[in-house]
Design a protein around this ligand. Structure first.
Ligand code: 1YM
Length: 648
């Protein structure tokens, strides 16, 4: 049995705090939080390799539930910390917020600055082992969560770092077992890890990342020599690029490294995926602003220089140059400040001018070259289309506004609103079909539940431009009811319902309507998804009646479980919402105390965007390929489904 003394426990009080309130450090103790443990270790390994010390990171998911990460960098320092008098390894795994890095910080840039540190992984693990290969020697240390006097102490160094042999290797190996007393589910998900590592490999060109799943023998080697160029190519794989390869520029200015890969595709959305020190910044920030300013200026200059703007053409605005654009912007800098609702927006003011400078210079050079002139022409043509539609949309909006009083009352007339005026408790059910809508109206609690019945299918917004989307009556009714406006005009504070619940039949048509609505929210009201306001209601699929008892089943599994011990029973299969009585709809689907719902979140906007193009876009090819390959109808939309045990 390993030993530890009370001195250790004092050093470790910080880690006990992590165990008391894991949410404060890793957000949740659900699957997301579980994977966070692994990201912390991977981030340290990638930081080391991305800064030029080594070239390889290997991640393994083991059969016994542990995960391990190896990098062939310098190895975490083994010498004692001058003040704390414990080894560098121990500092890294037991000290919270150890501030900067131990000793002199050799890293120019670090993603880890954002993270909470490897000590949090240690605190929330049953055990964690570290092996260091450094200067011909092999070292080992082990940490455990130990129980003493009925209390659990986290991350105790039960085997202090010691030399255990010689080696010709160099690097750091960390293996840990997530604590099942903290996490309900301690199983790492191969695809989640793979997606994350893929992103990391794209953002750090040339590094080799290996993922090995010993539970299934799946494995993947990732290395992209083209870096973010390859990323853009990957993102546009299911779309129609207007030219190949993507435009690419990179440069360093005032200790800030800026790289940009840019492509245009045959659709109308604007997709900028930006990163700072490998951390995604979906809320944008100063770096994105700098890029947009430069792009607008350079393209306007190009159009003027080549006489591409005629008098009859409307003047371009920045948006026009971003229609159909897919861009990856990755910058690396020191002292990053994140702000915004989810701390994913870059705040550093100095980044704007630096990014603008690099992009200005790089893009000007690119378009000045004779061989790229055609690419410039293609983009300007695309922007002209965008400018025309923008003006048409404005006319359509103005018209809608002028007719507002009459028409919107007519449209909202379809909405059975609720009596409460408190958006925090109010809910709106978007219900497929007039007849189900009628049933829902009777079944609801009219104090806080509103019903919006949809006649027919709403417009598939992936296939249409904004002016057509806005002209669609179903879509306009939804926009009017929700209250926030759309796109650039979106204002979350005007949201009239805290929960927007899509209620469609459990058949192909219902699934299609659900996809169309989610696509619309994703494209035009995305904050509703990131803010967690969008839900999918779950009506039961079956009703089982036996003697004087009845059960509702929401899945085939539930049905099997219930019927396997019954001898005589009657089975009713609900094909649509319309087959239920108002009373039944209330008990099974609408009553917050009894219903189950899926809350829609966009875990990974990149993945979501790709899948939406595939499922909802014009091009049927990728969709067919996918269906042929997987034919798995459980995964029809691109949103992560978190089935809530019980809503509320
Ligand atoms: C499998 C996980 O943690 N690798 C790793 C971590 C460090 C170093 C090298 C490192 C950093 C520095 C100097 C430095 C870390 N060291 C520290 C600290 N892989 C993994 N590889 N020498 C080695 O930053 O100056 C924190 S991370 F603080 F001890 F220096």
């Amino acid at each position: 049995m390993a030993s530890y003394d009370s001195k250790d426990l004092i050093v470790l009080e910080g880690l006990d705090a992590v165990r008391m309130r894991p949410g404060m450090y890793i957000g949740t103790t659900g699957v997301k939080g579980l994977h966070h443990l692994l990201w912390e270790i991977i981030d340290n390994a990638v930081d080391e390799v991305a800064n030029g010390f080594g070239n390889k990171v290997e991640v393994t998911l083991h059969k016994d539930g542990t995960a391990s990460v190896f990098d062939n960098g310098r190895g975490i320092p083994v010498s004692p910390h001058p003040k704390l008098k414990i080894s560098g390894v121990e500092v890294v795994f037991t000290q919270l917020h150890a501030g900067g890095k131990f000793g002199d910080n050799n890293y120019k840039y670090s993603g880890g600055l954002h993270g909470v540190g490897a000590s949090v992984t240690n605190a929330l693990s049953r055990f964690l082992e570290v092996t260091i290969y450094k200067d011909g020697k092999k070292y080992f240390a082990r940490f455990e969560s130990v129980e003493k006097n009925g209390k659990i102490h986290s991350g105790v160094p039960v085997e202090k770092l010691k030399e255990v042999g010689n080696t010709t290797l160099k690097g750091t190996y960390v293996k840990f077992l997530p604590d099942d007393r903290v996490f309900k589910d301690t199983k790492f998900d191969y695809n989640t890890v793979l997606e994350r590592l893929k992103e990391t490999a794209f953002l750090n060109k040339g590094i080799h990342i290996e993922l090995i799943d010993e539970r299934t023998n799946a494995r993947e080697s990732l290395c992209y020599e083209g870096g973010i160029r390859d990323y853009v190519t990957f993102l546009t794989m299911d779309k129609k690029p207007l030219f190949v390869p993507p435009i690419y520029i990179e440069n360093e200015i005032e200790d800030t490294y800026v790289s940009l890969a840019l492509q245009y595709v045959d659709n109308y959305t604007d997709n900028i995926f930006s990163f700072v020190n490998n951390i995604p910044t979906p809320e944008g920030g100063t770096h994105e602003v700098g890029f947009k300013i430069a792009l607008t200026k350079v393209l306007n200059d190009f159009a003027k220089k080549h006489g591409l703007i005629k008098d009859k053409d409307p003047a371009f605005i920045g948006d026009d140059f971003r229609e159909g654009m897919v861009a990856v912007l990755s910058i690396k800098m020191k002292n990053v400040q994140f702000e915004g609702q989810t701390k994913t927006k870059l705040g550093n003011v100095e980044a704007r001018a630096r990014v603008e400078n690099v992009c200005n210079q790089g893009l000007t050079e690119f378009f000045a070259s004779k061989k790229n002139e055609n690419i410039g022409n293609i983009i300007i043509e695309k922007a002209k289309g965008a400018a025309r539609v923008r003006q048409a949309a404005k006319r359509a909006k103005d018209l809608a506004r002028s007719k507002n009083s009459i028409e919107s009352t007519m449209l909202i007339g379809k909405l059975a609103s609720c009596t409460s005026r408190n958006p925090d408790i109010n809910e709106v059910f978007i219900v497929e079909g007039d007849s189900a809508g009628g049933t829902a109206k009777q079944g609801r609690d009219r104090y806080y539940q509103a019903i919006l019945p949809l006649r027919g299918k709403p417009l598939n917004s992936e296939k249409k431009r904004i002016d057509q989307v806005l002209a669609n009556e179903e879509i306009r009714t939804i926009i009017g009811a929700i209250g926030t406006g759309i796109g650039e005009d979106f204002k979350l504070e005007n949201l009239k319902y805290n929960k927007i619940i899509i209620l469609s039949d459990a058949d192909q048509d219902g699934m299609h309507i659900r996809c169309i609505l989610l696509t619309f929210f994703f494209r035009y009201m995305r904050p509703l998804i990131t803010n967690g306001n969008i839900y999918v209601g779950m009506p039961p699929l079956y009703k089982v009646t036996a003697k004087d008892k009845e059960w509702y089943c929401y899945t085939d599994e539930e049905l099997e479980n219930i019927t396997k011990n019954l001898k005589n029973y009657n089975l009713q299969r609900y094909k649509g919402l319309g087959e239920m009585s108002a009373e039944q709809l209330w008990t099974t689907t609408m009553d917050p105390a009894r219903r189950s719902m899926i809350r829609v979140s966009v875990e990974d906007a990149v993945q979501a965007d790709k899948e939406i193009s595939m499922w909802m876009g014009d091009d049927v090819g990728p969709r067919k390929d996918f269906i042929n390959r997987y034919a798995n109808f459980n995964k029809v939309d691109s949103f992560e489904k978190n089935k809530e045990d019980k809503d509320e």
